[in-house]
Each structure stands twice: as C-alpha cells, then as structure tokens.
Write a protein that binds this ligand. Sequence first.
Ligand code: EPZ
Length: 428
Amino acid sequence: MDTIHIRGRHRLNGTIPISGAKNAALPLMIASLLTDETLTLTNIPRLTDVRTLAKLLGVLGATVERSESANHAKLEGDTIALTTPEVVSTLAPYEIVSQIRATFWVLGPLLARCGTAKVSLPGGCAIGARPVDLYLKGLQKLGAAIDLEEGYVLASAPNGLKGAIIRSPIVSVGATHTLLMAATLAEGETVLENAAREPEITDLANCLVAMGAKITGIGTSTLRIQGVDKLHGATHRVVADRIEAGTYAVAAAMTGGDVFLDGVDPESFEAVLSVLRAAGANVEARLGGIRITRNGDKLQATNVVTQVFPGFPTDLQAQFMALMTIADGESEITETIFENRFMHVQELARFGANISLHGDKALVHGVERLTGAPVMASDLRASAALVIAALAAEGETTINRVYHLDRGFDRMEEKLSACGAEIWRVKA
Ligand code: EPZ
C-alpha cells in the first residue's frame, strides 16, 4: 500500500486550483442513467470513487468515455461522456456498492427508468450507522414496492412511479439526490419537503433541468418536481469542491501561509470562512476565488457545531479539529450529523494533540507544537486532518492507508508541493 510522507513546518504560499466536487460528480454521473442520450460532464476530479462508480455504470449498460484536459497547469479535471442507450442490468452488486455509499443512489434512476432495481445495501466511510430508511420510505411514497433480501434492496414499480409529497423527518443528502432523480420521471408532481440544499444538490438539480426535468425551488429545502416522460442529453460542468477548498483553507491557516483558492465560490462555504476568521485567519473573497492568509499571531480556540448546509459541514470537522490542536485555549467541537465521526482523535494524539471525547463533543486543548509521527488514515476526511497536522508538525510524518485520501482529493501532493510543502508519496 502507498504511503504519504510529509516533512512539516513549511508555510504554504501560492495558488491551489480547486477541483470539481466529488460529492457532485458522483450523483451527476448517476443521473446519466435517466436518459438514453449522452450526458457530458466536465471538470470531473481524478478520484478512485469516480472510477469505481464508472465501473458500476458500465455494468448497468453505460459507455463511459473519458478525456483528459490539456490544461495541466491548472490541474483541470477530466471530461466524461456517459451514454446508456439501454439499461442492460438493474442489479448493482455488493462487490461495488460496498466500496462507495453513493453507488446506492442508482436505485432512484434505475427504478424510474426500468420499473425495477436490485441494489446492494451500501458501504462507504465508517463514520456511523448510516441507515437508508429515508430512501426506502420516500420511494414507497412514490409507489414502489420495496423488499429486503440477503443484503439487497429489491424495488419495483411496474406501472411507473407516481408523484407524491414526501416530508423527510431529517435532512439527508443521499435521500434527496435519490428521490429527486426518481421524481423527474414519475407521473405528476412530487414535492420533497425538508430536502437537503447542499450546493451539490443544487448542481444536480441544475443538470437535471438542462436534461429536460421540471424542477422549482432549487437551492431551497422544498423541491417541486413535475415529472416528464423522457429526459435528454446535456453538457454540464461540475461545481467546485467546497470541502477540498475548506481543507486547503485550514492548511493555509495552520501553516501561517498565504494561499489563493482558485475557482471556489465563497458563498458555498460562508460558515467555514466565518469560523476561520474567528480562529485568526484573514479571508478575502476575490474575483474567482478566495485568499487565505494568517499573520504570525497565534490561532484562537473557536467552537464549532456541524450542521446541514448552510451550517458548518461535517466533512470539514476533522480538518478543523487539526487546526484547533495548536490554538490558544480550549475549543469544543460538536458533531451532530454522524455519531461515530471522531476516529481521527486518536491519530491526532500521536502528533501530541490533547483532545478528550465526551459523547458528541470533542474538547481540544491547544498545545504549543505538534511533532511528526507514523499515523493511519481511517476515513477520507480524517485522512485530510492528518495531512494538515503533519504540515504544521516538527519532523516527518508517514501516513498509512492513503487509499482513503485518493478517494476524494485530486492530485493533493501536486497541489501542496506547488505551494512549498515537503510532501511525497512512496508507491507500494
Ligand atoms: C453525504 O452522505 C456525503 N456523501 C457525505 O460526505 C457527507 O458527510 C454527508 O452527506 C453529510 O453532508 C456524498 O455526498 C457522497 P446523509 P450521505 O444522508 O448522503 C442519517 C465524504 O466524506 N440518515 O445526509 O450518506 C445518516 O445516518 C462523505 O465525502 C438516516 O438516518 O449523508 C446521518 O446521520 C462522508 N436515514 C444523517 O442522516 C437515511 O435513510 C445525514 O446523512 C439516510 C440518512
């Protein structure tokens, strides 16, 4: 297995091009199943999750043509053209679905287009129980019959899905993606109340509209979908990755650097920027991106509570905790979205961080300095927290199990080394 090595205490200075968002690219690729025409997606990040999903779509009948951008200097993403003239299989097997949770979302389009689907219950990062009851109840409201058998969801709607009002008791990103896609081809109107409104949902909804779907309320927590008989092909650019941008913003603040995050919309993570300001970073929205700097002053302990969008994202909780390990004072970090998303705590302790856990809260007592150590990545965003800690730590850090990072960060070593970080990969 590859390892990543970092020799810390270099300030990050320069420009980091922000890639297309993994969490938008995946549902957008899945949306291609809704039509027999070609969906062309640009700004697709180079990630193992994208490759795994492409494999699944291939099994279901899609041809996936990938072309690399010529603009290597900006580390532009790829273009992929997905065409599924016919769905040749409605079975999404365990071997693939257990690798990435988002592959489970094919359930919506398969059911809407073919009236039947057999999809393995999902896997994904081990950050909590992560049930799928909201997906299944929502699809039942749309008229589907659902059975669970030997680890698979069997869904059928031989006469097609019928529009309905679906009010979710809690906000779920994945259930919103799945029900939104399913409703585009249902008969009549569907209303999704208490829907997630993360920018990645907005990106999917905009792409579906470009494909001929009728959706109003985009960007709000009530989505109204008027079903249509058929969707057509379209070309769509994947929105910039606010979580990647937030990760590098934290890295810049951690190392006391000066970094321009190229291509990200500040509005997509205002909550993060205000927390970073409170912690002592300077944040300037500029044309086409955000500049993050920190003068030599010490970081200030700052409390954070994770929330659904537009609140502080759970996907940046680990990275922010890394930042707080060297802040002045004690910060309280409350995780409200996933019940088991603190696996980075014991790894951060290996750098000398002082963190105690109390249910859904982590208390971080800032220490003077971190020291490099051998550590183990446990999930995608936790791995990013280890990179951030290593960038500020004295001495060398070795990060094991970096396949977690490769799932969600496009060319991270290249981006960080271009800004002065001493980071390199040792291939297994
Ligand atoms: C998406 O996961 C993201 N994944 C996650 O990013 C992200 O952390 C999460 O949304 C929250 O923002 C992708 O977009 C591919 P949820 P998802 O359904 O859809 C509970 C990353 O690192 N719930 O919004 O799985 C659930 O257990 C990943 O990129 C139910 O109870 O998240 C959780 O507590 C990790 N029943 C809460 O809702 C359900 O049927 C929110 O989960 C569905 C969810």
